[in-house]
Design a binder for this molecule. Sequence first.
Ligand code: 6LW
Length: 493
Amino acid sequence: MTRKFDNPVVGGFFPDPSVCRVGEDYYLVCSSFEYFPGVPIFHSRDLVHWRQIGNVLDRPEQLPLEGAVASRGIYAPTIRYHDGLFYMITTNVSHGGNFLVTAEDPAGPWSDPVWIDLPGIDPSLVWDEDGNCWCTVHGVQLARVDPLAGKVLEGPWPIWSGTGLQWPEAPHLYQIGDWWYLMIAEGGTERGHTVAVARATHPRGPYESAPHNPILTHRGTDRPIQSTGHADLVSTPDGGWFMVLLATRPRGFTPGYHPLGRETFLKRVEWVDGWPRVEPVELTEEAPARWHPLDPPPARDDFTGTALAPEWISPRSRPDSSWSLTERPGWLTLHATGASLDEQVHTFVGRRPQHQQCRVQALLDPGSARAGLSVRLDETHHYDIEVAAGRVEVIARIGFLRQVVATADAPDGPVTLGVSMRLPTREEADGGFLGPDLVGFHLDGTQLCELDGRYLSTEVATGFTGRVIGMYVTEGTASFDWFEYLNEEEQQP
Ligand code: 6LW
């Protein structure tokens, strides 16, 4: 029996994936842009079932993001393992450029940053048999480095500019057999995205482009998966090869909108005549030989711990003064740090929705605060359900427009706020609804309204991130007893 798995293997705003294997264990990291903590890290035993085990950059001194506007901050990371140490190298495009951190345990703690004076983005590391460490950055440029000292020893030199498409980036170098393979993304991370490969007998080249480049692209197709690119190769313990890559699942009126952001997909790779060959990426794929399913994470966070779980993220910072799990045991208490979600500084604690159909509920004790739930893409594209002074409002912020679209009286005391994301029914779609989904807002189980989801998608807001649904306070102090996230994708129309 051939086992199958469903793509994406890590759904939701988890772009620019990088993977490494140590024995039977795989580790995967993704970019995180303006969010703190940054660079989520996952563990798997089969490349299909992943559990987030932390965030590599979970201390402010590792992750200065002050002033980082939407989609800036942390760009693409690379994770590698060498000589008993894990390395994560990435770029903070808002503060300092390229840096790396190291750890003996991938779950952390990771070291303070070691900055490395190399230009460009998308850094990646590889070691040769003599122990030399080589670093590639977009363009593609190569340097010989001392990673632990953050020193450039030789270079950088331009080694390959790709096949001529724009943005040769996401370069990873691999020594496989007698060859050094350089795999890159080209064409930009939108619909023209591609994966290309070249090979040489030495990291410095000269490089020979694969005769069948691009080895992977979905450009010019009407496939349900688009923008395939930014791949990283990994071998399995039984000698197979796979790649993780980013892609999108656009829906709605052609060419469609992708509200979840760029997600992490998995694809088998075959080697033919010394070159990697990749078929188009499918929503259902043949699984790797080993199979280690995981129990789904608990749907509800009751905030009974002493630390926030790793999936919780905040724009730019989450100062200790803005949140507490001890002020009111069993509740997450949030203190306002900014008067509006439209501003760079505000108190928001959220998680990435990972399914095209899902439902969030949270029990809020608003007290005398202004607080609620927000589905955000960035400071100028978010839908909020907000409680203040006994009133509930659903507010849409789309670019320069801000509109209260529904109101209701708030009962005294704690209220259950809800957000739903659902695909249109066949009748709605046939009736002309052309957005990717409908975003519903609920008060104590009663729906107040549903909004067109296209305005909270990258095609409208632009950028590199994806939706994040979270709890916020913009005046005073409020507490949340629990937050529940339910996957409702099995109820696909
Ligand atoms: C990433 C680069 C890219 O560093 O966008 O379009 C940047 N491709 O590879 C952010 O995802």
